[in-house]
Design a binder for this molecule. Structure first.
Ligand code: UGA
Length: 423
């Protein structure tokens, strides 16, 4: 099928490349000219495992990036994959959804074939029906019999997004009647996964509830981990035993410095804000965020307990990405840690295998190192903030430190001198 995808960010690009791999012809609309031309030249604008190979296979063949919306009228389905960043109050900023919907509507004005507009961005329940649908129909001057609307959330983890797209646990398709849902379902032909057909608002809510559930598991594991540390009990041994209960599952129970990234913090805050606007006071969701805000600062508390006043101390921070296998530093747990270290007068020598540049854009006042050894040289202490496998190999490099105080915010080191945040 011919598919248009609006937004060449993380979700749009991965969906484009994977739909091309499934045999579809992709028209990717990206307003950033440089990004569009990088995609056409098979240069991935982000780091993601497997992306470069698939891009060289499909770019300019069955995947073309453009800044122009007009190709939409030739497509069967258009996916909206633009960002929904948080407003100051935590609610989702839907301005990009609205303008994408209007542009899609105007591109469909002179189109006389049936078309399906599908929302893939994470949006609060009601958005597809109350914002996307009226905007597209108004601009296109067409009726609901001529344009169908579907909500089809994504469940892609950064770093594993291609694998997740190709091997989903489930495909969720929210629609009002069968025809448009069937068309979107047929795009996934070739993937083996249960398909969950729901109403549109339920599909929107499934995405929010899934991310909130995963974030809850992490904050729960961290809270249990903090108690375990006081007891001298290894939380990883505990969670191995807990996760074997099939009703709980072993996933997302890794205690550490908390969750970061562009999704969990934003989506839990979004759900919280939505609940409040409906007159609810979601105590659990508030606590999930509260645990997550305090958790990384425990790294600094532990550090102070070990080396005292941090003024003029040289601290190596290893790991800036919000998790391994990505160059994304958004909402990374190393951010509040570095900010707190700087406030207390320490100098920070930071290193990440992939995310030095993205963190430099957020925090320019830090010394970024080319490798772990450079960061560890003469350091008074080291904090491990991301579970990069290369940190697991570090050993003699720690001998470069002035004093060997090592605190792990992620369970990755094999050296025995390290103290864990909650183990
Ligand atoms: C998350 C979800 O896992 C995806 O299903 C979803 O599609 C995506 O958000 C989204 O909404 O777009 P992502 O943010 O890429 O994916 O990364 P995760 O692997 O879920 O990790 C999020 C954070 O939780 C990371 O900071 C990670 O270090 C932390 N984490 C994860 C833990 O602290 N403990 C765990 O056991 C697992």
């Amino acid at each position: 099928m011919k598919i248009s995808i609006v937004g060449g960010g993380y979700v749009g690009l991965i969906s484009s490349i994977c739909f091309a791999e499934l045999g579809h012809c992709i028209n990717l609309i990206e307003i950033d000219v440089e990004k569009a031309s990088a995609i056409n030249s098979a240069k991935p604008p982000i780091y993601e495992k497997g992306l470069e190979e698939l891009l060289s296979k499909h770019a300019r063949r069955d995947l073309t990036a453009t800044t122009d919306y007009s190709g939409i009228s030739e497509s069967d389905v258009t996916f909206i994959c633009v960002g929904t960043p948080p407003n100051h109050d935590g609610s989702a900023d839907l301005s990009m959804i609205e303008s994408a919907s209007r542009s899609i509507g105007s591109a469909l004005k002179d189109c006389d074939r049936y078309h399906v507009v599908t929302v893939k961005s994470t949006v609060p329940p009601g958005t597809t029906q109350n914002l996307v649908m009226p905007a597209v129909l108004k601009e296109s001057c067409r009726s609901q019999c001529e344009i169908g609307f579907v909500m089809n959330p994504e469940f892609l983890r950064e770093g594993l997004a291609i694998q997740d797209f190709m091997n989903p646990d489930r495909i969720v398709i929210g629609s009002t009647d069968g025809r448009e849902g069937d068309i979107v379902q047929s795009l996934y032909c070739g993937l083996e996964a249960p398909v969950v057909r729901t109403g549109i608002a339920a599909a929107e809510m499934i995405k929010y509830a899934s991310n909130a559930m995963l974030a809850t598991k992490i904050s729960f594991a961290n809270e249990v981990g903090n108690i375990c540390k006081r007891l001298g009990v290894d939380v990883y041994e505990v969670m191995r035993g807990v996760g074997m209960d099939h009703r709980i599952s072993p996933h997302f129970l890794n205690a550490g410095a908390g969750f970061g990234g562009s999704c969990f913090p934003k989506d839990v805050s979004g759900l919280l804000s939505l609940a409040k606007s409906l007159g609810e006071d979601p105590i659990l969701l508030k606590s999930v965020l509260e645990v997550n805000e305090h958790q990384p600062l425990r790294m600094v508390e532990l550090l102070q307990r070990r080396i005292g006043d941090l003024k003029d101390k040289r601290i190596a921070v290893l790991g800036l990405a919000f998790k391994n296998d990505t160059d994304d530093a958004r909402e990374s747990r190393s951010l509040p840690v570095i900010e707190s270290l700087l406030m207390k007068g320490a100098s920070v020598f930071a290193y990440d295998p992939k995310a030095n540049e993205s963190m430099r854009k957020i925090l320019p006042g830090v010394l970024y190192c080319r490798n772990a050894s450079e960061a560890l040289m003469s350091a008074d202490a080291c904090l491990i903030m991301t579970e990069w496998p290369e940190f697991g190999q570090l050993d003699e490099e720690f001998d470069l430190m002035r004093s060997k105080v090592i605190i792990e915010g992620r369970r990755i080191l094999s050296c025995r001198d390290a103290e864990g945040i909650c183990w």
